[in-house]
Design a protein around this ligand. Structure first.
Ligand SMILES: [Zn+2]
Length: 307
């Protein structure tokens, strides 16, 4: 036996039962009307099919999720989500296509929908009183929307995608975003929206962070330019560890990425980082966390407090 021999990777009925147990932890809910009192099982007609006695409409657990408009069996979706969840640096659509024996196009759409499932809807600020948040930026790929100036084509960072990340040292969680500019006037509103004012901020010596202490409880930085990387608790090593994995994945696995998709890839790397082994999450836990994210904004799960 191995993880890959689990029934839900091979048997469609088992796959439905597994996804239902995650999405409908408190029992099935009609995605059309939100009803849950009179749900009838029509699985003899089609695997996973249910009917709502309230609105008389039929549905399966796929309705209202990122799996909805796909013709691929749920077993393939579970195989794909497991591969994405257990590969620390990600898995390319080409690789997914070969392993799952589906077309590249299907694999590409599947991977992007799963990234959508991994995207955290949590917008609550990081940090708080006594907490430390590391802030840093990195550059990746080529932003085709920016024209390199003069003869210095290909040099410097201006033409690259700019990624701003935060890591909350107390929770160990990361949040990353693509930004158009790293100027203080553009960065500060983002930091203020994403970090509690009572937080102590750690950065490197970059100029855009010079006035960070005006908006937060405190600010310390190391001077990488002078060879200083750690001074007691003052360092950005946690966030650099995050960037290390992100860059290995983007360079080694994904190779290219247009700016419009970069936020999705960041969601994928944030997701795996925030559900990592050091935080008590194994590969299967991570897959369950991803399945929780497949549900859209519509009411397709039963709120335990309302049950
Ligand atoms: Zn209904």
């Amino acid at each position: 036996m191995s993880i890959l021999s689990k029934a839900y990777f091979h048997d469609e009925a088992a796959a439905f039962a597994y996804v239902e147990s995650v999405v409908w932890a408190n029992g099935p809910v009609c995605p059309h009307c939100g009803g849950y009192d009179r749900i009838y099982d029509l699985k003899a007609t089609r695997i996973g099919l249910k009917k709502c006695g309230q609105c008389r409409k039929q549905f399966t657990v796929r309705v209202g999720t990122v799996f909805e408009s796909s013709h691929l069996p749920l077993t393939k979706w579970l195989q794909a989500s497991y591969l994405m969840c257990c590969s620390k640096k990600g898995i390319s659509a080409h690789q997914l296509s070969r392993v799952l024996e589906i077309t590249y196009k299907s694999a590409w759409f599947m991977a992007h929908r799963l990234r959508e499932a991994m995207r955290s809807g949590d917008m609550s600020p990081f940090g708080g009183e006594g907490a430390i948040v590391e802030v840093d930026e990195t550059f990746i790929g080529n932003d085709k929307t920016m024209k390199p100036k003069g003869s210095k084509k290909g040099r410097g960072y201006a033409h690259k995608h700019k990624v701003l990340s935060l890591v909350d040292r107390s929770t160990g969680k990361a949040r990353s975003m693509v930004v158009d500019s790293l100027k203080a006037k553009d960065i500060m509103p983002i930091l203020e929206a994403n970090i509690h004012a009572e937080t102590h901020i750690m950065t490197d010596e970059a100029g855009q962070y010079h006035h960070v202490n005006k908006s937060f409880a405190g600010h310390d930085f190391t001077s990488h330019g002078k060879g200083e990387y750690v001074r007691g608790v003052t360092h950005t090593n946690t966030i650099e560890g995050y960037f290390w994995i992100f860059k290995r994945g983007m360079k080694g696995v994904y190779h290219h990425c247009a700016k419009k998709h970069l936020n999705r890839y960041l969601a994928e790397f944030d997701f795996r980082y925030n559900n990592r082994v050091a935080l008590g999450c194994n590969d299967s836990d991570r897959q369950i966390a991803a399945l929780h994210g497949i549900v859209g904004k519509r009411l397709t799960y039963r709120d335990s407090s309302a049950a």
